[in-house]
Design a protein around this ligand. Structure first.
Ligand code: UDP
Length: 327
């Protein structure tokens, strides 16, 4: 959306695995937007290859980012990151385009230094249930840096920390969408573990601004850049912030902590500040309020269409399962 607003033409390749169809409908109405259905773990569609000459920039945002969703088909998650990144890097090489990889804070795993600067090499399990994503993204970074070192493509690597905002799916399964939908439905909030684990949440508009800034920046050296909000809070504190917005106390229910769930996470964004002159500008209270209001409106539409929602809070499963009105 921001690229279109800036006057760019956008060719969007998506397998629709985790998208919200109405997001796409919204974009399809805009001039300069073209959609191609395809999966980067497979050979790229001919409609994309035909455009190779006119492609100037490639944002590789492919891959489910929600733990329950990326763990549904771990092999596909790994291949999306490894084969998908390789295919898009080759396309960048052929097109002479600049390539940006959306990497992740998960490359730091369960970090033993805090906050996490880019030079920290991480503490990642290569065999656990999160490895398909974490190691997939680490391999994707390796490919991107190898292409850059051998001057086959100009690359940028963003390590994105927990993004949230409107237009997420209700069944995304990540904590903010789960908690907001549960609060709005009068359900108890599903805390995994003791709620003392921390995250640093970045509002989607700030993340997008950071990615676009990184893509266009002239980089003095080949380095990944953390894109995130250093405001760190525990999951229990997140519930308090949401209760203020909901205007009522929210009661939690405890569930087991998923395997390898990181205990702490907070970006050191000194590099982004220095190299990109970027930092997040949306306070958590403002971003949460916008997200809460958006989900409230969305649930109203869903209910008026006669759909109900029930919660399946087990980690590893979708949190919200739509039940057809006729069921
Ligand atoms: N979490 C939780 N309840 C939920 C969903 C997630 O307590 O309904 C916890 C999860 O265990 C993790 C944190 O919230 O410690 C962030 O989880 P999320 O899936 O949003 O992102 P990630 O683990 O990839 O940072």
């Amino acid at each position: 959306m921001k690229l279109l607003e800036a006057g760019e033409r956008v060719l969007c390749l998506d397998n629709l695995q985790t998208s919200r169809p109405s997001n796409l409908e919204m974009l399809k109405k805009l001039e300069g937007f073209r959609f191609v259905l395809g999966d980067v773990s497979q050979p790229l569609p001919v409609e994309v290859m035909r455009e190779a000459r006119s492609i100037r920039r490639i944002y590789n945002l492919a891959c489910a980012a929600s733990p329950p969703l990326y763990q549904l088909d771990p092999e596909h998650t790994m291949l999306t990151n490894v084969l998908g990144t390789d295919r898009l890097l080759r396309l960048a090489e052929q097109a002479g385009a600049r390539f940006l990889l959306a990497s992740t804070s998960e490359v730091y795993g369960d970090p033993d230094i805090h906050p996490q600067p880019e030079h920290y090499r991480g503490n990642v399990s290569c065999t656990g249930p999160r490895a398909c994503y974490d190691e997939g993204k680490r391999s994707a970074e390796t490919l991107a840096f190898d292409f850059a070192r051998s001057q086959r493509a100009e690359v940028r690597v963003a390590r994105i920390f927990n993004t949230y905002g409107p237009h997420m799916r209700m069944d995304d399964g990540r904590v903010i969408s789960n908690f907001i939908c549960q609060a709005l439905s009068g359900e108890r909030l599903t805390i995994y573990g003791d709620g003392k684990q921390t995250r640093s949440f970045c509002y989607v508009e700030d993340t997008v601004a950071g990615l676009m800034r990184l893509m266009e920046a002239e980089m003095p050296e080949l380095v990944p850049v953390n894109i995130g909000n250093p405001h760190e809070l525990t999951i229990a504190e997140l519930i308090d912030s949401l209760a203020e917005i909901a205007g009522a106390p929210l009661s939690p229910t405890r569930h087991p902590l998923p395997t390898d769930d990181p205990q702490r996470r907070r970006p050191d964004i000194s590099l982004a500040r220095d190299l990109l002159d970027w930092q997040p500008v949306t306070p958590l209270s403002v971003g949460l309020r916008r997200t809460f209001d958006w989900f409230a409106a969305e649930l109203e539409v869903t209910e008026s269409k006669g759909d109900n929602y029930e919660i399946d809070a087990s980690p590893g499963l979708k949190a919200f399962v739509p039940i057809p009105a006729t069921a």
